[in-house]
Design a protein around this ligand. Structure first.
Ligand SMILES: Nc1ncnc2c1ncn2[C@@H]1O[C@H](COP(=O)(O)OP(=O)(O)O)[C@@H](O)[C@H]1O
Ligand SMILES: [Mg+2]
Length: 367
């Protein structure tokens, strides 16, 4: 029987969450509202998710004994980050259902495997090539052209582990600076906008997608999400269909975020998949205040074996990330009419650190 087939939680049951950041914290808060408990596993004693749960395990992901004790205490296990080590997931999976399933991590932890997977589904991506040496980088550049983006296959986030290569750059230097043996080269996509789809898939295979979100990054970090995205209904339907197809093909249970580029060109605008996040996603934080049910609750429902909600959006929504020193303005945000403030309870602000976010909703009736 598959992991999802084995899970049917009751109120009072316990969910184990790997990772103690803001995503784990918001998952635990959503679970609490549904009468479910959470136990958080994180190696970082300052994990913001620890503050909102009764039971926490502070141990390394390689600590087999701690993982076993954690698994014994919970009824199902999920995660807030995609880089869960395979060995960790295996130890846990032998004891309790892990959702989304462990095999999904193999696809989404590696940009090359992920892109191959998306391509096999007949879904568009940027042109890309496997790069494992200066020589293969040179032939990839010859085929794909410049500008292009080189990305490490694994462990990249918030623009880390990637660089743009432009005409005149020295490939040998780029390769040395990247400091890896496995990367991909992608054609630079001259996108009109960046959008994402937050999709939930239940244990019964039902998929519910939120409205397409438009995302604006600053220094490679998400700064604003706006919903609905300023795209046609046809294009929005296309984006949602792509996310749904991916969710089915992965036999996914839980919430996933699909990042897409909107590009113009022959035949009108269309979408290309940039990457898949097998977890709740920053561009879905607006759903906490802008929809009847949040992405966090949808994820909890899915992994609990409960029915998904049909989320209803409350209006036009803007989500603003409070990054680094932005958090110092929290008192000002508290006084903005209509704004809902979320502070993650993290320690000192550091540049690029996600410290909180603010949602503003313009109700549909006031448009
Ligand atoms: N092929 C590309 N063409 C143009 N811009 C890109 C391309 N790949 C990434 N970017 C830009 O860099 C950002 C981060 O890249 P992404 O692949 O999403 O990595 P991550 O979010 O894991 O750091 C994207 O949101 C986009 O703004
Ligand atoms: Mg991204």
């Amino acid at each position: 029987m598959t992991a999802s087939g084995r899970v049917k939680l009751k109120p009072g049951d316990t969910i184990g969450i790997l990772g103690g950041g803001q995503l784990g914290r918001m998952l635990a808060m959503a679970a609490a509202r549904l009468g479910l408990r959470c136990q958080v596993f994180s190696p970082d004693p300052d994990s913001p998710a620890f503050d909102v749960v009764l039971n926490a395990t502070c141990a390394e992901y390689a600590d087999v004994e701690a993982l076993e004790l954690f698994a014994n205490d919970v009824d199902v296990i999920t995660y807030e980050f995609e880089n869960v080590p395979a060995a960790t997931a295996m130890v846990l999976d032998a004891r309790r259902p892990v959702l989304p399933a462990q095999k999904i991590l193999e696809t989404t932890q590696d940009r090359l495997i992920e892109k191959d997977f998306v391509k096999r589904l007949g879904i568009g991506t940027a042109d890309y090539a496997d790069v494992s040496s200066v020589e293969s980088l040179q032939s990839a550049i010859a085929r794909i052209g410049l500008p292009a983006v080189i990305k490490t296959r694994r462990f990249g986030y918030d623009g880390k582990g990637q660089a743009i290569i432009r005409e005149g750059d020295d490939p040998a230097q780029v390769w040395e600076d990247l400091g890896t043996k496995s990367a991909i080269l992608e054609a630079f996509v001259p996108y009109e906008r960046e959008v994402s789809v937050i999709a939930a898939r239940g244990a019964d295979g039902t998929v519910e997608c939120y409205d397409v979100t438009e995302n604006e990054h600053r220094d490679h970090i998400l700064k604003f999400s706006r919903v609905p995205a300023a795209i046609s209904d046809e294009l929005a339907a296309q984006a949602r269909a792509v996310a749904e197809k991916i969710a089915h093909a992965l036999d996914y249970v839980g919430v996933l975020g699909v990042e897409l580029f909107v590009v113009g060109g022959n035949g009108g605008p269309h979408v290309l998949v940039n990457e898949i996040a097998p977890r709740v996603h920053n561009s879905g934080h607006w759903t906490l205040d802008g929809a009847s049910v949040s992405q966090f609750e949808q994820h909890i429902r899915a992994i609990a074996g409960w029915p998904l909600a049909k989320p209803v959006r409350h209006g036009e929504v803007t989500m603003t990330n409070l990054i680094g020193d932005d958090i110092l303005d929290y008192e000002q945000w508290l006084t903005v009419p209509g704004a809902t403030v979320h502070l993650y309870g993290k320690g000192p602000p550091r540049p690029g650190r996600k410290m909180g976010h603010v949602t503003e909703v313009v109700p549909a009736s006031k448009k």
